[in-house]
Design a protein around this ligand. Sequence first.
Ligand SMILES: [Zn+2]
Ligand SMILES: [Zn+2]
Length: 403
Amino acid sequence: MLSIRDLQQEAEELAPRLVEWRRDFHMHPELGFTEVRTGGIVARHLQDLGLEVTTGVGKTGVVAVVEPESLPDDAPVVLLRFDMDALPILEMNDVPYASQNAGVMHACGHDGHTAIGMGVAQLLSKHRNELPGRVKLVFQPAEEGLGGARAMVADGVMNAPTPAASFGLHLWSQLPLGTVVVQAGPLWAAADIVNVTVHGLSGHGAMPHETIDATLVAAQIVVAWQSIVARSVDPAQAAVITVGKFHSGTASNVISGKAELSCSIRSLSVEMRDLIVRRMDEVAGGVCAAFGARHELELIKGVPVTQNSVEGAALMRAVVGEVLGNNAAIQIPPMMVGEDMSEFLNRAPGCFVLVGASDPAGPLHAAHHNDHFDFDERMLPTGVALLAGAALSWLNQQHTGRV
Ligand SMILES: [Zn+2]
Ligand SMILES: [Zn+2]
């Protein structure tokens, strides 16, 4: 019977190919929804493995299902997700595989994720007749704030066949090789946008008494909002309100009649998100009333909380134990980063893990989204073994549960 150990050994043998693939993707990064070259290479690889491939899912996404030659229609289905997009950053690394697409860079490690996905596809299709179910491989575009997961869901990625569980990973340069963050409950945050427009009354810069200065009102609102996390949020819980944009006025001698604030809201539950938005609205309304101004608030929902199920985390912990040993799985306080793997986890509960990708004694420690970001490629076979292992282990669990 196929074991996680077998998969791990084969993943290690695949290491040189994984590095080759990753470096090729790194040299040719593509922004969200334009992953035509990347998706094309993935699709060709999957076809060469004998898989039936669907392209154009969520614009540039690629999907294939690995399954044995004969299997009942209602056999269990598990989804594995790999994101493919790069960021609008000018790479500053001086390495032979540096970006050849100036101003675009794989600064989050999605080049590694795509290479891992190609490796997982190779191992699982080699052993397809030993799988007690189906593995849906999802290569996702546009993770970096552009809604690639949602676009794939809208294009039916969760149908025909419908997965009952999903697993994914993010390589993480701030974690040492050989460690994996596995935890039930929230790992990463929901990220939403709140836009507030303050309407005052514009006028001459020398006649303030005949105006309602939108700049002054909006400035008071920004200051008053700082009390929300400090005084409306339970101190044992996490929340962030970042006023990232503040636009008001047109000239030095004109008092502004309109100010626009754009804010990033991070929370670990829908209740917290709703509390923050309600308090932002109340505070803005109260300040505006005091100055004779008025406001409008718009909530643009972004990615939901990235949450792992208890069962998914337990399964993943066992897989990590087999691949890296019993002390490898660690827990961290949730981070306020957003990640649209949450769209899959919300529909097919499972587990998303962070895989250590730097050598504490090595040089590669730059943070994600930094122009010097890079990672230790020795994590690539580990990533392959973890996700191929999670799929196998979940399918085996369903199979045993049925007998
Ligand atoms: Zn990122
Ligand atoms: Zn990322």
